[in-house]
Write a protein that binds this ligand. Sequence first.
Ligand code: ZN
Length: 406
Amino acid sequence: MERLLGALMTLAKISAAEPPVVTRVVFSEADLRARAYVKGLCAEAGLTVHEDAVGNTFARWQGSEPGLAPVGTGSHIDAIPNAGLYDGCVGVLGGLEAIRVLQQLGFKPRRSIELVIFTAEEPTRFGIGCLGSRMMASVLTPAKALELRDKEGRGLEELRGAAGFKGSLESVKLSAGRFHRFIELHIEQGPLLEQEGIDLGLVTHIAAPASMQIVIEGEGGHAGGKLMPGRKDALAAAAELILALEAAAKSSGAIDTVATVGVCEVFPGAVNSIPSRVRLETDVRDIDVGRRDGVLETLNKKCAEVEVRRGVRITTHLVNADPPAECDAEIVAAMERAAIEAGKTYKKMVSRAYHDSLFMAEIAPVAMLFIPCRGGVSHRPDEYASPEWIGAGVHVLARTLATLAS
Ligand SMILES: [Zn+2]
């Protein structure tokens, strides 16, 4: 535990911001130093390290039957600006610690165990989350990946090259069967485990977001001079859509349906001017793809109706709609047995944030193991998971890896 906590603290200090703030954007100087640090730890543990063309990193503990597909574990070490030190890093360094504990116990895996460090789980740089795992699963094609730009207009090709990652992007794609099973240890990023005093969350489903952009074009004008009849107020139209989306999510029939309008840009944005254009960004999530897409369909119908009735023009653009994932029953059962053997309390739960495991699910049976985080806080410098919580997660992860690799 000392070793793991020390590594977490050392990694936290490799940041573009002053500690305790962690900022580690993919392919930044801090990201590259953090990668070097973690690769060094992997080498110390006797793992064979290999990187792909976008910097996804694989550190392998060779099994006695190296021809068999390995059991994978891992997460990410990139961090959004002004983040904390546990998101992602607990899954990477905790995964490494699980391997080291098994090594010390003299365990000999039959299948290799491979630690995976995914490139750019956070969307900070390229505006898309889980870049590395999306490319592994071919959910994002190399051609689409090459179109990605950061805020300075620099593309993936330039940035990965500058970071030292070369080779064809086509080679990032992994075949189904490349991994026997994959399991990701992660902080919950929600309050349930801590509130209920439960050690571990065994994730059975990973909800997936669909994100839609809506642009409403109405007619501007003087807020005093233009009378109410015949107005084409883009923001009033947007308000109807926002409420319709909320109502659709609430009436889906399931608590797992959530919908949010997180962005509302109003043009020209002056108190005495009728809004002529509004841009909304919506996020709809569920563990059931049909139900989620049903909410989107209701919203689309509402757009068509409001467009006619209010005489505005509404265009929608589906930014992404990833399928939710159901976790592998065998891994969940193995985690459950491991938790019981380790004397830890657990509950089965849904991951409402999405993670690299969502995309790994396209090419391998996956599951996630959650540990509590204080107050459910994440993506903030005061994010915190206690040594006891982390220890329980690593213990159960190690037992589960041992079962799956035997
Ligand atoms: Zn994360």
